[in-house]
Design a protein around this ligand. Sequence first.
Ligand SMILES: C[S@@+](CC[C@H](N)C(=O)[O-])C[C@H]1O[C@@H](n2cnc3c(N)ncnc32)[C@H](O)[C@@H]1O
Length: 369
Amino acid sequence: MAGRDHTFYVSATPGLGGLLAQEAEACLGLEVTRVTGGVEFTARLESLWQAALSLRLANRILVRLASFKAENFDKLERRIAEIPWELWLPTDADPEVVVTTHHCRLYHTDAVAQRVKGVVDQALPGGEGRVPQKIYLRGEDDRFTLSLDAAGEPLYKRGVKTHGGRAPIRETLASAILTMAGYTGDAPLADPMCGAGTFSLEAAMRATRTPPGLFRRFAFEQWPSFREKGFAHMKREAEKAISDVSAPVIFASDLDQGAVDRLGATLAELPFGKAVGLRASDFFSLDPASVSSVPGVVVFNPPYGKRIKGGNDAFVQRLLDHLAAHWGGWTAALAVPKQQVPRPMPRGFHGHPMSHGGLDLTVIIGRLP
Ligand SMILES: C[S@@+](CC[C@H](N)C(=O)[O-])C[C@H]1O[C@@H](n2cnc3c(N)ncnc32)[C@H](O)[C@@H]1O
């Protein structure tokens, strides 16, 4: 397993495949191929560990194990049995098989999943399965692709947020919005409707060069091919590159004192927490000069407001008017539901469509004159 190349698939939030491809190439130093829903690359297992540790925009990472035609259960079971399961998974793995099919003779997804699980269970005689492991089988026109979930919990779960909030944005999406706004961790960042602080936490990890996967575990750590020492070395090297930011370069605020207190408690437990300054404030009375003497990036996923004449969301419109009047020179990025994109778009702004939990969103971005 360790000495061979494998093919990995990294999934992206719909609309973010291009950005993920750029991130993966820069971070892994490999060529990646854009495919439906994400990117693929071929490399040794170390690149999988690196991807899981470092990619900020990836949702899941799968290892492609096999691709085959199967028109009936016999053939399916034979192909699944050919896979060297004992080399891939611990003997006490508890496989959960997720099947999707399109134009396949084997269309009954529950029955297919049951057959696959039966074969894998037989190949791994470890007794009661205790280590959860997702296996994906995707069928199209009787051709199936079988993949292992290498990350476990989706990668947007960084393991740093100890307190949730109302309608938090997903970490991967927040990070993508920071990228789109040109935020590399060097300019000041304002998150003036911070809620649970997703933008601020993602920005603080960038500003301190902290890898997003440093605080969690991955499914591949349970695999027989995993080399604990090798991964520990990789993490130590990444930790050496972390910069100590002791004064705030990120400014989080919210109207809701409870949200501010909860984010304060989260930050107090994190090594990069000092990079974030926090206060309770109404955005509409926040003086940008008190946030930073030089303009930077200001980000929002505002609460949904009421529609006003012309279809615009009154809150978003008020926010944009306020930004135009008081935040000159800053780059603003707002994630709003597609149907609430302001019409006309403010001058100098453009929209970037994406999807978030089944909701069509548009990120509107522009530099305020
Ligand atoms: C959708 S949530 C933001 C979620 C946040 N980005 C996160 O990841 O958790 C909207 C936030 O805007 C805050 N808010 C609403 N009106 C505000 C205002 N006028 N000034 C500051 N914050 C406001 C709410 O308290 C809420 O926390």
